[in-house]
Design a protein around this ligand. Structure first.
Ligand SMILES: [Zn+2]
Length: 378
């Protein structure tokens, strides 16, 4: 396994339930410290490494948390009830292995399910309510579960070891949402250390995205960026049963440029710059519209007086389940695109994007120019 795969393995296998991100936070901190001497953090655990001095402030923010659970109740018989942390669908949960992270160590359990032999016809058609599900850790009573170390509030995370599939560009792991973005942020920093860029870059990851973009809000206030990129994953549309409306992105066909989601519409001039850069550098890309979801960009772009922001993601299959698949080419192309973008974001380009004159004060009259734009790139 090469170094980059090792990094992906470490990132995806680390636990990071929303609000309880300490393990992935520590992994991110260690790698950020290798790339930069200056780390900036908000008070909730979001973390960025800083490179460069002066010029516009450019934020590259992934999120480090993953969809997970919390122990909400221990039954008298020793089964654990679940509080979901982030968006889960009951269908993908049953019979999956989990780790319960207790003060005495990690316990393996399974989300219990009935055998098909005993299911009625009606039961087979239903999606089970998460409130009725439970984790079985093999305890025979509440007391025994407590003796094993389990307490209400303990985090529960999916188990899924990182694996390179027979096509070595296809990578399977838990939590690609959004360790893919964490990986991209770290690799962009690594590349920028060796290149000149006319700005200060803050790259890293937020906490608590999966429960409402919370760390993005606090990190944006901490960094106070001039321009931002939210790094995330998008829903791949290249599996059986997905239709054009649900998603049309394909693994390996280039990073996704977010044109719309229900938390943000990207700043037009920044969007144009991203497209022009991808075309000039011959980096493949896919245009993504995600009406049913949001990203950290939703909070970042409304921070302070507003931050021109764009979401750059990679397509991922089966997100918000135990296991997901991404394509290594997409990760690498996302890194290349972001490095090229950062190199271009000098003061005059950022001022042009923000509609400010050279002294950074007055909005320009840009109405005419906008009408001259090509109608569409789609
Ligand atoms: Zn997610």
């Amino acid at each position: 396994m090469d170094q980059d795969l090792q990094l992906m393995k470490e990132l995806t296998e680390a636990a990071g339930p929303p609000g309880l991100e300490v393990r992935i936070h520590n992994v991110m901190r260690r790698y950020l410290e290798q790339q930069t001497s200056h780390i900036l953090s908000d008070n909730l655990g979001s973390l960025v490494g800083c490179l460069g001095e002066g010029g516009p402030r450019i934020l590259l923010a992934a999120h480090m948390d993953e969809v997970a659970f919390m122990v909400s109740h221990i039954t008298r018989d020793g089964f654990l009830r679940l509080q979901p942390l982030g968006g889960w669908w009951g269908h993908v949960m049953l019979a999956q292995r989990v780790h319960v992270l207790t003060r005495k160590g990690d316990l393996t359990g399974v989300i219990g399910s009935k055998a098909p032999h005993v299911l009625s016809v009606q039961e087979r058609k239903n999606v089970l309510d998460i409130e009725t599900m439970f984790v079985d850790i093999g305890a025979s009573s509440r007391e025994e579960a407590e003796m094993f170390g389990v307490e209400v509030g303990d985090p529960i995370v999916p188990i899924c070891p990182f694996e390179v599939l027979p096509n070595p560009r296809m990578l399977m792991a838990k939590a690609w949402d959004n360790r893919a973005g964490c990986y991209v942020a770290l690799k962009v920093l690594e590349r920028l250390r060796r290149e000149h860029h006319p700005n200060t870059v803050f790259a890293g990851a937020t906490v608590q995205e999966e429960v409402g973009l919370r760390g993005a809000q606090t990190l944006a206030h901490t960094v106070d960026p001039d321009v931002a990129f939210a790094l995330d994953v998008g829903v791949a549309g290249d599996t059986p049963g997905m239709n054009q409306k649900e998603g049309h992105s394909r693994l390996g066909a280039g990073p996704l440029l977010g044109f719309y989601d229900n938390s943000m519409i990207p700043h037009l001039k920044l969007r144009d710059l991203v497209i022009e850069t991808a075309k000039k550098q011959r980096i493949p890309y896919q245009i993504d519209l995600m009406p049913g979801g949001g990203t950290d960009g939703g909070k970042i772009h409304t921070a302070n007086r507003g931050v021109p922001t764009m979401v750059i993601s990679v397509a991922a299959r089966y997100i918000h389940s135990h296991v997901s698949i991404v394509h290594r080419d997409d990760l690498e192309h996302a890194v290349r695109l972001l490095v090229e973008l950062v190199k271009q974001l000098d003061e005059s380009t950022v001022n042009r994007i923000k509609g400010l004159d050279r002294r950074g004060g007055r909005p320009q009259e840009e109405g005419e120019k906008r009408l001259e734009r090509e109608p569409s790139y789609v």
